[in-house]
Design a protein around this ligand. Structure first.
Ligand SMILES: [Zn+2]
Ligand SMILES: [Zn+2]
Length: 343
């Protein structure tokens, strides 16, 4: 079978390897669709601080069960399925405390069995907790949105938004857009900020009340505040850009007593500067967030069935596996939301 491996930043290769055989509890999926994600783009361009190449790449896919290991009864050969890229161990201190996103032994399938591959081996813990049969009326493309959407669903669950609240979403990539749709459904007046016209148009379509093109304003914080009554600032801010500068701006957009969710991951070692006066006298809450949990993966799959988000708003251009570099670079240019690979 063929799969894609990253040898060093900028050096992606298609390699031939043997098709894996599922062991006890494991499932082998023949991928039908894989999606590009901002984190794959980052890995390709600048590498991934935590990992030493060469490693597999891609982490969003759906497909058909090719074979199952001993003891697997939930799935059978031929089932249309989607698997999230990770699952917690359910045994460590954090899992027992119910904080599954902090699991010390999180089983992450990205590097071992990347999704830019003809076949993907799914570990038993993921099969048990975060793998689903795709209903007949759901496309492979819609199902493949499970991983990023599960993170957004978890993120939105942590935002204390009331109906009619002003909420800014800084960064309208795939995750930011998912936040916008979910926050809109919660009754928020969403202000979407980005520099890409394509993304801002998508934000409007998904329910943003106002948009700010950050390249057309002098001061992004003031521009957002100006869209709230008496310039007081937003009730909640969501950072979905993954830049420490935007983290700081998001905090500064919040009204006294408001809330900021810092969702986008930044580069390792970066430090955040916060005005202590703001934190103390304005009594704002700043929350970090990482990944998702099986509870929200399950919720996300239900929401995908309900078409709360639709693949058509997220997936733009089709590529083949051998053109994965083009798919990633085209994603990077910002004129699409995501691209997809078919086999
Ligand atoms: Zn992703
Ligand atoms: Zn654990």
């Amino acid at each position: 079978m063929r799969k894609v491996m990253l040898y060093e930043p900028g050096d992606l290769r298609i390699v031939e390897c043997e098709k894996p055989k599922p062991k006890k509890g494991e499932v082998l999926i023949k991928n039908m669709v894989s999606l590009t994600c901002g984190s794959d783009v980052k890995s390709y361009i600048r590498g991934y601080a935590k990992h030493t190449p060469p490693y597999n790449i891609g982490h969003e896919a759906s497909g058909i069960v090719d074979s199952v290991g001993e003891g697997v009864s939930k799935f059978k050969v031929g089932d249309r399925v989607v698997a999230h890229n990770s699952a917690p161990c359910n045994e460590c201190y954090y899992c027992k405390k119910g904080i599954h996103s902090m699991c010390e032994n999180l089983i992450s399938n990205n590097l071992k069995n990347g999704a830019f591959s003809e076949y993907q081996l799914i570990p038993a813990k993921i099969v048990e907790q975060n793998m689903f049969k795709i209903p007949e009326d759901m496309s492979f493309k819609q199902a493949a949105l499970l991983e990023p959407f599960a993170c957004a669903v978890y993120g939105v669950s942590q935002v204390p938004v009331e109906q009619g609240d002003y909420v800014v979403v800084n960064g309208c990539g795939p995750s930011g857009l998912m936040f916008i749709k979910l926050l809109y459904l919660k009754g928020a007046r969403v202000i979407a900020c980005d520099k890409s016209k394509v993304r801002l148009d998508a934000a409007k379509k998904l329910g943003a009340y106002d948009v700010v093109n950050i390249e057309e304003v002098e001061n992004q914080v003031e521009a957002v505040k100006a869209l709230t009554p008496e310039n007081r600032g937003v009730d909640c801010a969501v950072e979905a850009a993954g830049s420490v500068k935007v983290w700081e701006m998001s905090i500064n957009m919040v009204r006294p007593g408001g809330f900021a969710l810092l969702y986008g991951g930044t580069k390792a070692g970066e430090e955040l500067v916060v005005d202590t006066k703001l934190l103390h006298y304005s009594q704002i809450t700043i929350k970090g967030l990482y990944h998702t949990t099986p509870f929200y993966v399950n919720q996300a799959f239900e929401l995908l069935k309900m078409k709360v988000i639709d693949e058509k708003d997220f997936l733009y251009n089709e590529y083949k596996l051998e053109n994965v570099k083009e798919a990633l670079m085209n994603h990077h240019e910002g004129n699409v939301i995501k691209n997809f690979i078919t086999y």
